[in-house]
Design a binder for this molecule. Structure first.
Ligand code: ADP
Ligand code: MG
Length: 604
């Protein structure tokens, strides 16, 4: 269909543009909530009907709007937050484009009642499908209440894109949760269909709020991240290696208070967890970057959910390093600092835990039918959330019995071994007796992996030349993966040379590894490279090779160890970072305390 070119009427262009900002009820909730926070509110109430598809009301106790400004707030590009373009590189408010209110009003009916504290009376305005229908003086408490109804009436096709009410409500709650994480002191109450579904009290700082929102389950497994470099600050919490999820939805990233979804940051976090958690598992994390506003462009996405960094490489490296530092000291149940954790973290954490516990006592989450308390009364290892509340964090795979308090392996008393694989120790720490069970293979694997990784960091793992080079025969699939891998193997101390189409010559092997083991490592690595379905990065390929080397080189299950070997293993483990899990992400040790045993024997 083509014909004469016409300029679209303004009302129509508004409706089209609104689609970029207002996709679904959750987008309305986000914009209204951010406006309330920008207005300095300390108390916000969100009321939803029909999962946000029926109506959305946001009331705040913020600064309110002057009567003469009320109609202007609904004009496109009308904002009180910036005055010239460059201001967007200085802006500290969530909003600055002056787009939200006119966009919402062009696709729904909006009633706003607002009063500035220093005015005697307030203003009521009704704007529907982009037209002001009423405006008058009105009595009002200080602050602003906006009610949005008849959502998408002027653009009925958009309704077809909505999901079920439960799903839409879930998205609204997600938006509220994310926003709440960035404004710890603001009290937020959420009602749905007349029932209170969320009540978040004012909290002293971000860490306390994280505990409230993500649940005690997460806080039991988290470790703090805190670093500053060149004007960029990172702060927040990462889950330890024994707490993982099946998806990345519990990774929350903030840049200058703004929740964003960013490939670079997610990738940096996953890189820090590489070799710490199992493949296809994801951590939970709340990370906040604070950087000078001119270092980041927030004006690249309609809903401001993405940003562009001026120096992305530096930010990436900084995040990987800071997160890696935290994880290298993390034990199972990272909430408890370990022998490796710098004392400063331990100190931070102890104060932190007390505050969290205090906050948990004050926090209740209710569904109307049942009231659940965060903390002790929730089922162990289960989410602290009623299952019928959409949009709240899903079940985490965390094992509550994988607890460790700080101790050194060398200080434990060796009892003996079980099933030829598990070394049993007793230890007196944290004011009680404990039984520590160590998987000898997993422990040795981690020790070797870290040792290989460290010597590779220097330059390469030293290799020993074989007196008689060996020919390794490859499968066709193996040999297809040979492209460019010779230098990668060489860095691991494995010197290979092409021989014929389907074989290579092995010239040197890393110390401590037999040539038969090395043959297996070469074949398994080539298999892994060809099976991955994509081209692995240099780092990923190096890691895979040393992971396999650590696995082949480590003591096997059923290999019996003498007391001297056990002592050496313990001493090595104490010097090894990331010792809580093996390079595949499986636990290295499990601790049972005496009380738990007594419970098993019904002595308590
Ligand atoms: P922006 O937030 O980008 O400035 P909006 O369309 O969201 O644009 O809002 C327009 C203006 O209306 C804001 O700049 C602000 O001055 C005013 N405003 C909107 N909501 C509130 C509120 N809850 N309290 C006080 N002022 C508000
Ligand atoms: Mg706004």
């Amino acid at each position: 269909m083509s014909g004469k070119i016409v300029v679209l009427p303004e009302a129509l262009t508004h409706k089209i543009a609104a689609g970029e900002v207002i996709e679904r009820p959750a987008s309305i909730v986000k914009e209204l909530l951010e406006n309330a926070l920008d207005a300095g509110a300390t108390d916000v109430r969100v009321e939803l009907t029909g999962g946000g598809c029926g109506s959305i009301r946001v009331s705040d106790n913020g600064g309110g709007i002057d009567p003469s400004d009320v109609p202007k707030a609904f004009e496109r590009y009308a904002t009180s937050k910036i005055y010239e373009f460059d201001d967007i590189y200085r802006v500290e408010t969530f909003g600055f484009r002056g787009e939200a209110l006119p966009s919402i009003a062009s696709i729904a009916r909006v009633e706003m009642i607002t009063r500035k504290r220093d005015r005697v009376s307030g203003t009521r305005i009704v704007v529907s499908a982009g037209r002001i229908e009423e405006i008058s003086d009105a009595g009002s408490p200080g602050g602003t209440t906006i009610t949005v109804s008849r959502i998408f009436d002027p653009v009925p096709v958009r309704r077809k894109f909505l999901k079920s009410e439960a799903t839409e409500q879930g998205s609204c709650v997600d938006v509220i949760t994310r926003t709440a994480l960035s404004c710890p002191s603001v009290r937020i109450q959420v009602m749905a269909g007349g029932r209170e579904i969320l009540k978040i009290p004012s909290t002293a700082d971000a860490s306390e709020r994280i505990a409230l929102i993500l649940g005690a389950d997460f806080t039991d497994h988290l470790a703090p991240v805190e670093a500053t470099e060149g004007g960029v600050r990172i702060s927040g919490f990462l889950s330890g290696p024994d707490y993982t999820r099946s998806n990345s939805r519990n990774i929350y990233c903030y840049v200058n208070r703004r929740y964003i979804r960013d490939y670079l940051l997610n990738h940096a976090i996953m890189t820090a967890y590489r070799n710490v958690i199992a493949a296809k598992r994801y951590p939970a994390a709340v990370l906040s970057l604070t950087l000078p506003p001119e270092e980041v462009d927030v004006n690249v996405h309609p809903a401001k959910m993405e940003v562009r960094f001026r120096r992305p490489r530096e930010i990436y490296r900084f995040v990987v390093e800071s997160a890696g530092r935290t994880l290298s000291g993390a034990a199972l149940s990272a909430g408890k600092p370990t022998a490796f954790a710098p004392p400063v973290i331990a100190a931070q954490l102890s104060g932190y835990r007390e505050r969290v516990e205090e906050a948990l006592k004050r926090y209740t989450l209710s569904t109307g039918r049942q009231k659940l308390r965060f903390g002790a009364s929730a089922l162990p290892g289960r989410p602290n959330v009623p299952p019928d509340t959409p949009g709240l964090p899903e079940i985490a795979e965390a094992s509550p019995s994988l607890k460790r308090s700080p101790f050194a392996f060398a200080s434990l008393a060796f009892i003996g071994s079980f099933a030829g694989t598990y070394l049993l120790f007793s230890g007196d720490f944290s004011g009680g007796e404990h039984l520590v069970m160590l998987d000898q293979h997993a422990a040795h694997e981690r020790i070797l992996f870290e040792r290989f990784a460290k010597s590779q960091e220097g330059e390469k793992i030293p290799g020993q030349r074989l007196l008689i080079p060996e020919v390794i025969h490859l499968t066709p699939k193996n040999s297809a993966a040979l492209q460019d891998v010779f230098p990668v193997f060489e860095r691991a101390g494995i010197e290979l040379e092409p021989f014929s189409g389907d074989s290579v010559v092995l010239r040197s092997v890393p110390a401590n590894l037999g040539h038969e083991d090395v043959q297996i490592v070469v074949r398994d690595a080539l298999d892994a490279f060809s099976e991955s379905g994509r081209t692995l990065s240099l780092q990923e390929r190096q890691d895979e090779i040393i992971r396999l080397m650590a696995c082949r080189g480590a003591v096997k299950a059923n290999q019996s160890l003498g007391p001297a070997e056990v002592a050496a293993l313990c001493a090595d483990l104490d010097r090894t970072p990331f010792s809580a899990t093996c390079p595949h992400g499986r636990p290295v040790y499990v601790v049972l305390d005496r009380k738990e045993l007594e419970k098993m024997f019904k002595r308590r």
